[in-house]
Structures are given as C-alpha cells and as structure tokens.
Design a protein around this ligand. Structure first.
Ligand SMILES: [Zn+2]
Length: 238
C-alpha cells in the first residue's frame, strides 16, 4: 500500500469512527421519560453502544498491522521513498568511428569501440537507473552477445529501462552525470544531449544534469584512447 492510499484508508477509518461516535451519542442521549422501555430497545441500545467500540478496536488493529509491515511510520505519511543507483562505463576510442555521446553524434575523428553504438553516457545512465531499481545491469537486459543489439542506438536501452522502472512504480527524480574525455569539448553539446536523454526517459530537462571532465593527460583517457562516464540516478517510488 503506498502512502496516498494509506492516507485515504486512514481518513475512511476516522470517518467511520466519527460516524459511530455520533450515532452512539445520539442514541445514548437522555430522551423524554417514557412509560416503560421494551426489552427489544434495550438490546438495540446495547448493540449501538458496542459498535463504536468495535470500530475503535478494528482501527487500532489496522494501525498496528501497518506499522508492523513498515508502511506507516510517524511523520512519513505522504512522503515518497527515494533510491539511488550508480553507473559507470568506459569504451576504447578508435580512429574513423562515429563518436556518439548522450544520443548525439559529435564531429570528431575517433569513436568508441562497442557492440552497440558505444554511447558511454547512455550506458552508464542505464546502469544507474537499473541499479537504483534493483533490476540488474545493462548486460542483463541487452547482452553484447545478442546480434539484435549490434550497432543499436543506445537511447533504445534507456527507453526500455524507463518502461521497466514504470512497471515497478519508480519515477526518475534526478540524474547527475560526468563524462570524462580529453577531446572534444562536450559543454557546447550538452543542451542537445540533455534533450535527447530527457526525451528517451520521458522526463523534463531539469532532471538531467551533465558535466564534463578531462583526465589531465593521464592514463588511457588522458591519451585520447578511451572515454568514460559516471552517473548517479535518484528514483522515487510512487
Ligand atoms: Zn558501454
């Protein structure tokens, strides 16, 4: 039971109890003296006095059950639960291959080696989303041994990941990414990348945040032989 339906159930219970108490007050109010109360109306009076008590006991049992199940904790009604996932990817760069990052092909003389289009940002993002939802990783859903994914547009992976998240009632709250490459400069391409990623994930632009770093000339990335990305994704459960 999510917090919204829990709140509705609580309100329903409060309404029932209030109604019961009102009824009880109405029945037990002293009326004009009558010549003689029948035995039947005594039983009816007793029954109507017991109903609010039973409702109160039922409500207490319901609360105890919800607290035991962890669905309700003081002060958390209406709050959604958040989960975080991390994703990382790296691809070697080779001459003459298209450089696709965040669903966008950039003008450059090198590109990633990979089974799909080698989009390092989309792959790390996919892993972060799947990880946050506890759904494994990109290799589980799109194995690089499957010829179906050869040269595939990696935005398809993100669209599929979004469907899996929706099936499990997860909403994407925020994505923060850093792409590490010596060249080319990525900043000017970020607006279009954010658009492409937001569209694939069905979220607004403000939920996608991108950053770029160089590796200061160190290691394979610094020598322009590889490109990498780190992504942290935050989800909320609905
Ligand atoms: Zn990859």
């Amino acid at each position: 039971m999510n917090s919204r339906s829990l709140l509705k159930t609580l309100l329903l219970w409060f309404s029932i109890i209030l109604l019961g108490v009102l009824l009880w007050k109405l029945i037990s109010a002293p009326g004009p003296p009558s010549g003689g109360t029948s035995k039947n109306s005594d039983w009816l009076l007793l029954l109507l006095n017991v109903i609010p008590l039973l409702l109160l006991v039922g409500f207490c049992l319901f609360l105890l059950q919800r607290m035991k199940a962890g669905s309700w904790r003081g002060g958390e009604i209406g709050a959604s639960r958040t989960r975080t996932g991390i994703g990382y990817d790296l691809h070697r760069l080779e001459w003459g291959r298209p450089l696709i990052i965040g669903g966008l092909e950039l003008p450059f003389d090198k590109g990633p080696v990979g089974h799909s289009d080698g989009d390092v940002l989309a792959h790390a993002l996919c892993d972060a989303l799947l990880g946050a939802a506890g759904l494994g990783d990109i290799g589980t859903h799109f194995p690089d041994t499957d010829p179906k994914w050869k040269g595939a547009n990696s935005l398809l992976f993100l669209e599929h990941a979004k469907k899996l998240l929706t099936d499990k009632n997860f909403a994407i709250e925020h994505v923060d990414a850093v792409v590490i490459t010596e060249k080319p400069k990525l900043g000017p391409h970020f607006p279009k990348m954010r658009e492409a990623l937001a569209k694939a994930l069905g979220v607004s632009l403000d939920k996608i945040h991108l950053k770029a770093k160089t590796n200061e000339g160190v290691d394979a990335i610094g020598r322009g032989e590889a490109i990498a990305a780190h992504v942290v994704a935050t989800l909320s459960s609905r």
